[in-house]
Design a protein around this ligand. Structure first.
Ligand code: PGA
Length: 255
């Protein structure tokens, strides 16, 4: 049984003070999180204040990206060991906003994931197709390619330390959620590819999150699919009560 995993991606929202306030609200409302793993990914500058706010809570702290080197002349970047040093448990890599607005490629996503694992960070690797790719029946080809490139050369142990987030680009921030069947089809394919790459027993342990317009009132339906093990949540993760409802829906799945 895979523990459902809900992670809030706060994107470029919330400076240190308001971020800590939301983190405190979530810690109070979620309590022991009841059978669900919960993470939040604030902007870099808010990581220290949020780390302090959730210090006595099971909520885990994530960065939104990391560089592939430990340090160096890379203006604007943050390394995986630096994220560890401010208290991060994990990091998101390959988010479609990074791929589309900041030129992230399959090769850089792979390099970032590798560095994150080397630093001992749990690594959420995002994959997903655009609307044009879905409409031209390329979804499985695109997602399969992104996945294989991201974990290329990883040992089964490294694959097991990853979480895959399937996020159809057309569903992110648009209010258009994939149907449970559309999402399940891709999740099952991802688990199959992970099996080819790392063996069936590793594949059966990897959590595969869905992301894209997940909210309190649609989470349960999507989370009930057999290969959907949680959610990566953008907009709704900025609203305490909505995020708490999503975690509660995951708790129902956990039984
Ligand atoms: P959304 O974003 O929930 O606002 O659609 C999801 C994501 O980008 O991870």
């Amino acid at each position: 049984m895979r523990t459902p995993f809900i992670c809030g991606n706060w994107k470029m929202h919330l400076s240190p003070e308001p971020a800590a306030a939301l983190a405190r609200e979530l810690a109070a409302k979620l309590g022991d999180c009841e059978g669900v793993e919960v993470g939040i990914a604030p902007p870099f500058v808010s990581l220290p204040s949020v780390a302090e706010a959730i210090a006595r809570s099971p909520i885990r702290l994530f960065g939104q990206n990391c560089h592939w080197d430990k340090q160096g002349a890379f203006t604007g970047e943050v390394s995986a060991p630096m994220l560890r040093d401010v208290g991060c448990d994990g990091v998101i890599v390959g988010h479609s906003e990074r791929r589309h607005f900041f030129g992230e490629t399959d090769a850089t996503v792979h390099a970032r994931a590798k560095a994150a694992l080397a630093a001992g960070l749990q690594t959420i690797i995002c994959v997903g197709e655009t609307l044009a790719q879905r409409e031209s029946n390329q979804t499985l080809e695109v997602v399969g390619h992104q996945l294989r490139a991201a974990v290329s050369g990883f040992s089964p142990e490294q694959v097991a330390a990853c979480v895959i987030a399937y996020e159809p680009v057309w569903a992110i921030g648009t209010g258009k959620i994939a149907t449970p069947a559309q999402a399940q089809e891709v999740h099952a394919a991802i688990r199959g590819w992970l099996g080819d790459l790392a063996g069936a027993s590793t594949a059966s342990r990897v959590r595969i999150q869905y992301g894209g317009s997940v909210k309190g009132d649609n989470a349960l339906e999507i989370l009930q699919q057999p290969d959907i093990d949680g959610a990566l949540v953008g907009g709704a993760s900025l609203k305490g009560d909505d995020f708490v409802r999503i975690v509660a829906a995951a708790g129902q799945k956990a039984g």
